[in-house]
Design a protein around this ligand. Structure first.
Ligand code: PLP
Length: 374
């Protein structure tokens, strides 16, 4: 099987899986208990928090573990409406976990503003400047698009946010960027960011939210007081320790040059058969969004799956019946959207796999176009 849907999730690293099963089977103690084995497991949680914090160039007490990035995004977004005078801004390119939360907030009567994208899939900075004002409470702009791999210039955006509205919180969804591009929150000017373990070879069901010390958020879950009282609930110990271990494994295994070679190879071959590339030149090497006009992407995905090649159709969480919000807002036509596929590369792929998958993909497109049938 050739797995080319790494933006949706990744295989868990072997070492991570064995550490996690070790914890679940042998070191299963509740970290809040006061006996020695619990103290030890608590130490492992705190070391993991430190590892993750270091990568973001923040302090450990600014990291709060959650059950997933969807939860982190929800927590961040909900911090944005304190009173009905303020407004929240998100981009049209957000993952549904930001977008749908923003829509729910809007439905409660709050002022939620959607900043458009440019044709490359990045935030349209000039239009954004016309939307933000002194009453903005929160701005949430995705770092790397899960649909196209487009990378937003967070440094530039945070500068605008702080100039126009110094009190506004700047949140970013780092899920597709974490471990892959610079995640220095201080340099980027980010006050909060969401991350998820399963995109870098950790387990599903564990995420985190970075909250800058100076920002005072209401607790997300009240209860036993875990996560310094902000997110109660017995910790997902194996998930947390596995998250930090996955980050280290991922950093060792990930080679930008190798992944870029995969993307460039496949993109160049697909261009030869008339496909249109939706990912811009400066996008993440991990994500290639392509439109094959005249083809129904679902049919192509199905036929590839029958040949053991797994690709994506854009966000796995997005309902296709609604079309594709992100590609739509980039100005793609209905035909381009219908024929859009998302190929995403990971550190378990090899160039041999990419070449084989490209041949299968092209043959399948040709079949669908009726050139080979009969
Ligand atoms: N944000 C982005 C950009 C994503 O790609 C995803 C997952 O597809 C999420 C958020 C949600 O992450 P999780 O599965 O941890 O809730």
């Amino acid at each position: 099987m050739i797995f080319l849907d790494n933006a949706s999730t990744m295989r868990v690293f072997k070492n991570v899986a064995s550490t996690m099963s070790d914890i679940n089977e042998q070191y299963f103690f509740n970290p809040s208990a006061l006996y020695l084995p619990s103290t030890k497991i608590n130490e492992r949680i705190e070391n993991s928090r430190k590892t993750i914090a270091e990568r973001l160039n923040v302090t450990a007490n600014e990291i709060f573990f959650t059950s997933c990035a969807t939860e982190s995004n929800t927590w961040a977004l909900n911090s944005g409406f304190k009173n009905k005078k303020g407004n929240i801004i998100i981009s049209a390119g957000e993952h549904s976990s930001v977008y749908e939360n923003a829509m729910a907030i809007k439905n409660k009567g709050f002022d939620v503003r959607i900043a458009p994208l440019d044709s490359c899939g990045r935030l349209d900075i000039e239009k954004f400047k016309t939307i933000i004002d002194i009453n903005t409470n929160l701005v949430s702009i995705i770092y790397c698009s899960n649909e196209t791999g487009a990378i937003n210039d967070l440094k530039q955006i945070s500068k605008i946010v702080k100039e126009v509205c110094p009190k506004a919180i700047f949140h970013s969804d780092f899920v597709q960027a974490f471990g892959k591009i610079s995640n220095n929150c201080e340099n980027l000017g980010v006050d909060m960011c969401s991350i998820s373990a399963h995109k870098i070879g950790g387990a599903k069901g564990i995420g985190a939210l970075y909250i800058k010390n100076s920002i005072k958020l209401a607790p997300l879950l009240y209860g036993g007081g875990q996560e310094r009282g902000f997110r109660s609930g017995t910790e997902n110990v194996s998930g947390i320790v596995g998250f930090a271990e996955a980050l280290k494994e991922f950093e060792n295994a990930y080679s930008v040059d190798k992944i870029a070679e995969y993307k460039n190879y496949m993109a160049s071959k697909l261009i030869e058969i008339g496909a249109q590339i939706n990912s811009n030149d400066c996008s993440s090497p991990c994500i290639l969004s392509v439109s094959v006009i005249g083809i129904k992407a679902e049919v192509l995905q199905h036929m590839l799956s029958d040949q053991d090649v797994l690709i994506g159709l854009g966000s796995a969480c997005a309902s296709r019946s609604k079309g594709n919000r992100v590609l739509n807002t980039m100005g793609l036509s209905q035909k381009q959207i219908e024929g859009s596929i998302r190929i995403s590369f990971g550190c378990f792929n090899s160039i041999e796999e990419i070449k084989k998958a490209t041949t299968i993909l092209i043959d399948t497109v040709e079949k669908l176009r009726g050139r080979i049938f009969g």
